[in-house]
Design a protein around this ligand. Structure first.
Ligand code: FES
Length: 114
């Protein structure tokens, strides 16, 4: 069953930045958000290469490539569009990161349903 969870405040996310979260207390980040050009996107931290059993970042919150234009998986270099999660380069070309429903409250809370 999905639950609404407040992750942080919009002001906590700088533009061109990402941040991982562990809303279920699993001891590791299981989803992440990306803020890009004022918009915010959320995905599960599960690379579709190897059927979602591998996490993406090369370090805590390290989900973007050096240009900050793509989400990147550190394991084998797959690149994903920030806006859609679609893999556009690498071994899972054409597959997508699992999306997480996200909304911003009027007072700026970043809320996901997961
Ligand atoms: S596990 Fe992500 S590209 Fe291979």
């Amino acid at each position: 069953m999905e639950a609404r969870r407040v992750l942080c405040h919009l002001d906590d996310l700088e533009d061109d930045s990402t941040r991982g979260f562990d809303p279920d207390g699993q001891g590791r980040d299981t989803l992440f958000v990306v803020r890009k050009r004022g918009r915010v996107f959320a995905y599960r931290d599960e690379c579709p290469h190897y059927r979602g059993t591998t996490t993406l970042p090369w370090r805590k919150d390290g989900y973007l490539d050096s240009s900050a234009e793509f989400i990147v998986c550190a394991a084998h270099g797959a690149k994903f569009e920030i806006e859609t999660g679609l893999c556009v380069h690498g071994p899972c070309l054409g597959e997508s990161l699992p999306t997480v429903s996200l909304s911003i409250s009027q007072d700026g809370k970043v809320i996901v349903e997961c």
